[in-house]
Design a protein around this ligand. Structure first.
Ligand code: NA7
Length: 536
């Protein structure tokens, strides 16, 4: 139940997903007055909105959970290797209730504008319900993949059937039994949902622009013994997560893919394939993400699996990614994805051969022909990383808007703070490890860092914190330099902003590893917030 609040806050938090909830919890611990504004009717963020059939996290459940409370770790029991969306959402609800967080969350309320008052050194935060509050600090917990996007194709409004976006799925669910269904998009959301949609629909047509690399998730119920083992030694695991490259502990490797025999390499890839996890094949050798020839060996291994699985050679080839190196677009984990294309009532339309022209009253028109459907599903992704931030009218010093500042791509210091926008923090913002890591690990690290920072500012009587232009510039160059040492910038991916027409092409994540990144953030804090200017 919401309580009545003062309209003068120490901190406003935007978003009640995994990040916003933990941030509220820690700021309460500091004794600050904090309030969360959430557009949805309940907690959950990503896991509140993405309710499409088959929605599941592809980080293992024992790792995709908060580490801040050993009691919470002990009392919650996950049921499957990879948690389903409903299970994650009930976990998040459990957390909200257990720590009594709801009274400080205002639901059904979207923050529309935030203006920094340079004299009072505080933010004026305005919502779509007409509320206006002041906050000394604002913390954006708006998520990296929260602004869904439709396909850029004319005529959507003309379609007479139903349209659903995977990222805004109806809470009551949708039953496609007996329906002719078209799905546009074959990223993670498409790849997770298509096998289940195929079980329901009478006819399923998948419109694919770019085939993706997908590996079998090998999902299964968790054994009591593995849950017990993890619960007995959770701290060791958490430490390993924090020190790892992607927030998921992996085996250290020292070999190049090119210095071993093909047979040895394929055995390693097969072992990774059988593990059913996102980083097993990627992590088999040191150079998969830095050397195209090394990467090709892993890519070809996965393509051979597609050919083995899909009966029709033409369909298998259409499903085989060739336009970008393996791992440079987010790989997927699936349950029966490629097998689905062996079903009589499922067909693949390769949009590279026959591009989408428009949506019609009855369905979809490609350059080749018209397709008729009762329903359409858009699994067309998100305006990632910057979309949710740019959607708010954020005005910093001198009235400069964030969209102006980021017109050539996002710039920030550590992905946490932005020059010209004092007292504003972004949890898992662009140029932090964020989407290239287990989000839980990155979220907790950012929240802890921000919380320590606010505690430090209070102790020292500091009223304003802002990164310097120089520190920001150095960070931007560092992120770019590390990115350029990898194959990531060679792909047209949402990491690069290239899935949204007109979006600046910038690699939006830090790929130096979450362990290294944490160390850098801690060193900066230890050096009295090196790179920030602090005003007492
Ligand atoms: P993604 O991974 O961005 O996938 C979106 C898919 O939709 C992808 O196949 C796109 O093709 C396709 N798409 C997008 N716009 C169009 C248009 N206009 N025409 C045809 N096809 C289009 O989003 P997801 O929701 O699947 O996954 C997001 C992340 O969530 C995922 O990476 C995990 O981290 C969890 P494209 O590849 O751009 O050619």
């Amino acid at each position: 139940m919401s309580k009545s609040h003062s309209n003068r806050l120490d901190a406003a938090i935007v978003g009640a997903g995994l990040a916003g909830l933990y941030q509220l919890y820690t700021l309460r611990g500091l004794g600050l007055s904090a309030r969360v504004f959430e557009a949805g009717a309940d907690v959950g963020g990503t896991w509140y909105w993405n309710r499409y059939p088959g929605a599941r996290c592809d980080v293992e459940s024992l790792s995709y959970s908060y580490s801040f409370s050993p009691e919470l770790e002990q009392e919650w029991t996950w049921t499957e290797k990879y948690p389903t969306q409903p299970e994650i959402l009930s976990y998040i609800n459990h957390v909200a209730d257990r720590f009594d967080l709801r009274p400080d969350i205002t639901f059904n309320t979207r923050v529309t504008s935030m203006v920094y008052d340079e004299t009072a050194k505080q933010w004026q935060v305005v919502t779509d319900t007409g509320e206006s509050v002041t906050a000394r600090f604002v913390i954006m917990a708006t998520g990296c993949l929260s602004m869904s996007k439709a396909p850029e194709v004319p005529g959507i409004e003309n379609f007479r059937g139903t349209i659903h976006h995977t990222g805004q799925w109806p809470h009551e669910g949708v039953d496609f039994t007996g329906k002719r269904l078209g799905v546009i998009g074959t990223g993670s959301s498409g790849i997770q949902s298509i096998p289940i949609l195929a079980e329901q629909a009478r006819e399923l047509t998948v419109f694919q622009r770019t085939p993706n690399f997908s590996m079998p998730a090998g999902n299964r119920p968790l054994e009591d013994s593995e849950i017990a083992d993890m619960k007995a030694d959770y701290r060791t695991w958490r430490k390993a997560q924090r020190e790892s490259a992607f927030g998921v502990p992996t085996q250290e490797t020292t070999q190049s893919a090119l210095e071993v025999s093909e047979a040895e390499r394929n055995a390693a890839y097969q072992a990774g394939w059988d593990k059913g996890n996102l980083v097993a094949i990627l992590g088999s050798y040191t150079d998969t993400l830095t050397d195209k020839a090394a990467n090709d060996t892993a890519a070809e291994f996965i393509r051979s699996k597609i050919r083995e699985t899909v009966a029709d050679p033409e369909t298998a080839e259409a499903l085989s990614p060739r336009s970008f190196p393996f791992g440079t677009k987010r790989p997927c984990l699936d349950t029966g994805y490629y097998e689905t294309f062996n079903k009589e009532h499922v067909r693949l339309v390769d949009l590279r051969e026959t591009p989408l022209v428009d949506i019609t009253e009855r369905g979809v028109r490609t350059s080749e022909r018209d397709y008729e459907f009762d329903s359409l599903v858009f699994a067309t992704g998100f305006d990632a990383m910057t979309g949710a931030l740019n959607a708010i009218d954020i005005r910093g010093k001198g009235g400069v808007t964030l969209t102006e500042k980021w017109s050539e791509g996002p710039r920030s210091y550590l992905g946490i703070a932005i020059a010209g926008f004092p007292n504003l923090f972004t949890i898992t913002g662009p140029s932090s490890p964020s989407v290239l890591s287990n989000m839980m690990v990155s979220i907790e690290q950012h929240v802890d860092w921000i919380t320590d920072c606010l505690s430090h500012l209070r102790e020292r009587g500091i009223v304003e914190i802002e990164p310097t232009d120089e520190a920001e510039q150095t960070w931007v160059e560092h992120v770019e330099e590390i990115g350029n040492a990898t194959l990531y910038p060679t792909a047209d991916s949402w990491y690069m902003g290239s899935n949204v027409p007109g979006k600046p092409r910038v690699f939006m994540a830090y790929i130096g590893g979450v362990g290294t990144y944490r160390q850098m953030c801690d060193e900066i804090a230890a050096k009295d917030y090196d790179g920030f200017s602090l005003t007492a």
